[in-house]
Design a binder for this molecule. Structure first.
Ligand code: HEC
Ligand code: HEC
Length: 237
């Protein structure tokens, strides 16, 4: 029920793909569609290899060097500095968060002491898309941080309330703007769930992805439940 409601916040085209039943195709149309898809996949992989071959410019590397002092050279982040992992994360998600910091949708709340650190840094990023693409291209790190929580209860919560957007393996789903939760620090995941639940993140009216997640975080009744679901997410990797 709640998920259906939350999905209504998505752009119409995405919601339609998620809920519409697929039309029955004749054999010929089906073969044609398959061929078209195959050609598209081949085309896209050629494009992807070209993009990968492109080296980041000196300007981008200079900007990234600033980030690395907290998020580390491999993008795995640092629990001591409360800087999350960025490596391997969806580039559109990373770019959106940088813009959210730039326009004060995230990190402005006085209770958000860590988010505040990002405000002036995000403002100084000139090429948000290129910086995001740089971190996306790095390998997903191992998750870190001890967390104790009942795995079975965590699984029930995850499958019932999280997997529909973040994916069965917490790999994320760009179509729903839902980030990957893999390779992250347990302490960071817990802090974000608390921030969403307590109106520190995901409160701006225009921040639809943030508001969706805020609604979902409110389904978690206690820190104990948050730790259970985090324990399950960390066990997937
Ligand atoms: C002074 C340390 C510091 C530096 C330097 C820094 N960050 Fe951060 N960053 C943080 C902290 C702390 C957070 C966590 C904020 C929170 O808890 O909400 C964060 C969060 C983020 C997030 C949100 C990640 C997510 O999963 O939502 C992104 C994206 C990000 N930083 C990108 C960058 C980029 C790009 C740079 C370089 C231009 C950079 N950061 C430089 C400390 C830093
Ligand atoms: C309706 C789709 C949806 C559901 C269901 C959902 N999420 Fe999310 N989640 C999102 C979106 C969208 C974002 C990104 C919000 C933003 O852009 O600020 C997000 C962000 C997050 C983040 C922050 C990640 C980061 O790097 O900062 C965490 C942690 C998270 N979700 C955990 C969960 C958990 C745990 C559940 C289940 C209780 C859940 N989500 C259910 C859509 C969803």
């Amino acid at each position: 029920m709640l998920i259906r409601f939350v999905l209504r916040l998505l752009p119409r085209s995405v919601a339609a793909t998620a809920t519409a039943s697929f039309p029955v195709l004749s054999h010929a149309t089906f073969t044609q569609a398959c061929l078209k898809n195959t050609l598209m996949v081949v085309g896209l992989s050629l494009l992807a290899s070209q993009v990968q071959a492109e080296q980041p410019s000196a300007t981008v590397l200079a900007q990234v060097a600033v980030c690395q002092s907290c998020h580390q050279a491999n993008g795995a982040g640092s629990a001591e500095l409360a800087a999350p992992a960025l490596a391997g994360q969806d580039a559109d998600y990373l770019a959106r968060q940088l813009v959210n910091f730039q326009q004060g949708w995230r990190g402005k709340d006085p209770r958000d002491q860590y988010g505040q650190q990002m405000l002036s840094i995000a403002a100084s990023v000139q090429d948000v898309a290129a910086v995001a693409a740089y971190f996306k291209a790095l390998p997903v790190p191992k998750p870190s941080g001890e967390v104790s929580g009942d795995l079975q209860k965590g699984r029930t919560i995850y499958v019932g309330n999280c997997g529909s957007c973040h994916g069965g393996n917490a790999q994320g789903n760009p179509a729903f703007a839902a980030p990957s939760l893999l390779g992250q620090q347990s302490s960071y995941l817990l802090r974000q769930l608390e921030h969403f639940k307590n109106g520190i993140r995901g409160v701006e009216k225009a921040d639809k992805p943030g508001r969706q997640m805020a609604m979902m975080a409110k389904t978690l009744n206690s820190t104990e439940e948050m730790n259970q679901v985090i324990a399950y997410i960390q066990s997937l990797q």
